[in-house]
Design a protein around this ligand. Structure first.
Ligand code: B12
Ligand code: SF4
Ligand code: SF4
Length: 309
C-alpha cells in the first residue's frame, strides 16, 4: 500500500508541475454519481437527455480489469478569437474556454497518465462521466450559481478531463455539492444572462433557455424566434455568465488568437453547410485548428453576426 501512496503522491506532483489540479476518488462512487444525475432527470427534457446521454451511461467499458478509481483533472484553458474577413470588414468572434483543442489536451494527458501509472502496472482510460458533478463531489471544484464549476486559482476557465483507473485508493473523498460562498450575495450572472436561463427558483440551469444549447444544435435547426439576435455573443457558446462573474476577474481577459478566414474562405463557409464538401485546403485549415467537429453549426451561427452588420 505504501507503494501506492508514493505513486499517487508522484501523480499529484506531476500534475501540479504542469499547472493543473486533480483529484482521485474511489470508483465505488460511480453509483452515487448516477444517483446525482438521476435525481435531476425530471428536469431534463427528452431531446436534451438523448443528446448528452453518452455522459450519463454509467456502464463503463475499459480495456483493463476492475475500475478502482476515478481521476478528474482541471486544465486551464483560454477563450479563443476567430476572425472572418467579410465584405471588407473584419468580424472577430470568440470561442469560450473548452471549445478548441480538447482532443489534444485529452491525448496528451492520457499519455502522461499512462507514463505515470503503467510503470507500476496500473492502467488508465478516458471516461465518459458527468464531470462537473465528479469535480465538485471530489472537492476539486465548487458550483457557481450560473451552474458552471470553479477551481481555486483558475476561475471557470479550464477543461475538466476524467479518467478511469485500476489504481486502488485508500482515502475516501465524497463532498456535499456546495455553491461558492462568493455567490451568496451575488446575482450578477442571473442578471446578465439575456435569456433567463439561470433560475432563481431552483439551482439547475433551464437548458431550453440557454443560448449554448441552441447554438450547439445541428446546423439545420434554426434559432427559436424568441431569441433576440443581439443576444448572440460567440461563434459557438456564450460568455455572458462567465465574463460578468467576479470570481473570474483574473482570467476573464485571457484570450488567444486561433484562426483567420479570408474573404473567399468566409464565403465558402457561408455557402457550404457540409464539411466534407469544402475544398481540401480549407478542410485542412479547419481541422488543424480543431474546428472540424464544430463546423456543422458555424454557417448558421456566423450568419447571425453578418446579418446584424
Ligand atoms: C450537457 C452539458 C451542457 C448542456 C447543459 C448544461 C447543464 N447545466 O447541464 C449545455 C449545452 C446547455 C451546456 C452549456 C455549457 N457548458 Co456544458 N456540458 C455538458 C456536459 C456534456 C454534461 C453536464 C451535465 O452533467 N449535466 C447534467 C446536470 C444534471 O449536471 P450539473 O449541471 O452538474 O447539475 C448538478 C447540480 O445542479 C447539482 N445540484 C442540484 N441542486 C443543487 C443545489 C445546490 C445548492 C448545488 C450547489 C448543486 C445542486 O446536482 C446536479 C447533479 O450533480 C458536460 C461534459 C461532461 N462530460 O460532463 C459539459 C460541461 C459541463 N460544459 C462545460 C461548459 C464550458 C459549458 C458552457 C460554459 C459553454 C459555453 N457557453 O461556453 C455552457 C455553460 C452553461 C451554464 N450556465 O451551465 C464544461 C464545464 C467547465 C466548467 N468550468 O465547469 C464541461 C465540463 C465540458 C468540459 N469538458 O469542459 N453544457
Ligand atoms: S456571477 Fe456571482 S452569483 Fe454568478 S457564479 Fe459568479 S459569483 Fe456566483
Ligand atoms: S451561457 Fe449564456 S445563455 Fe447560457 S446561462 Fe450563461 S449567460 Fe445564460
Amino acid at each position: 500500500m505504501k507503494q501506492n501512496q508514493d505513486l499517487i503522491e508522484y501523480f499529484y506532483e506531476e500534475i501540479e508541475k504542469k499547472g493543473y489540479k486533480a483529484r482521485i476518488i474511489d470508483a465505488k462512487h460511480i453509483p452515487d454519481l448516477k444517483h446525482d444525475i438521476q435525481q435531476q432527470q425530471v428536469h431534463m427534457f427528452p431531446e436534451f437527455y438523448e443528446k448528452y446521454k453518452k455522459y450519463f451511461n454509467f456502464k463503463p467499458e475499459v480495456d483493463f480489469g476492475n475500475i478502482e478509481s476515478l481521476i478528474v483533472i482541471a486544465v486551464p484553458v483560454p477563450q479563443y478569437e476567430v476572425t472572418f474577413q467579410y465584405k471588407s470588414n473584419l468580424i472577430s468572434l470568440m470561442l469560450p474556454p473548452t471549445y478548441l483543442y480538447g482532443q489534444k489536451i485529452i491525448d496528451e494527458l492520457e499519455e502522461s497518465l499512462k507514463n505515470i501509472f503503467n510503470s507500476k502496472r496500473y492502467n488508465v482510460n478516458y471516461a465518459y462521466l458527468p464531470v462537473k458533478t465528479l469535480a465538485v463531489r471530489s472537492g476539486l471544484a465548487r458550483y457557481g450559481r450560473n451552474n458552471i464549476s470553479y477551481v481555486s486559482g483558475m476561475g471557470s476557465f479550464y477543461r475538466l478531463v476524467p479518467f478511469y483507473s485500476d489504481v486502488p485508493i485508500e482515502e475516501d473523498i465524497w463532498i456535499e455539492r456546495k455553491m461558492m460562498e462568493n455567490c451568496e450575495n451575488c446575482n450578477a450572472c442571473v442578471n446578465k444572462c439575456p435569456t433567463g436561463a439561470i433560475p432563481t427558483d431552483r439551482f439547475l440551469l433551464r437548458v431550453d433557455k440557454c443560448l449554448t444549447y441552441h447554438n450547439e444544435q445541428p446546423g439545420e435547426v434554426p434559432f427559436p424566434a424568441w431569441i433576440d439576435p443581439s443576444w448572440h455573443n460567440c461563434l459557438v457558446g456564450c460568455l455572458h455568465c462567465q465574463k460578468i462573474c467576479p470570481v473570474n476577474k483574473e482570467v476573464r481577459d485571457w484570450k488567444e488568437f486561433a484562426i483567420n478566414f479570408n474573404e473567399e474562405e468566409t464565403q465558402m463557409i457561408l455557402n457550404e453547410k457540409i464539411f466534407d464538401d469544402l475544398p481540401i485546403m480549407l478542410k485542412e485549415k479547419i481541422e488543424q485548428h480543431d474546428l472540424g467537429y464544430l463546423y456543422e453549426v458555424i454557417p448558421r451561427n456566423l450568419s447571425v453576426f453578418l446579418d446584424q452588420g
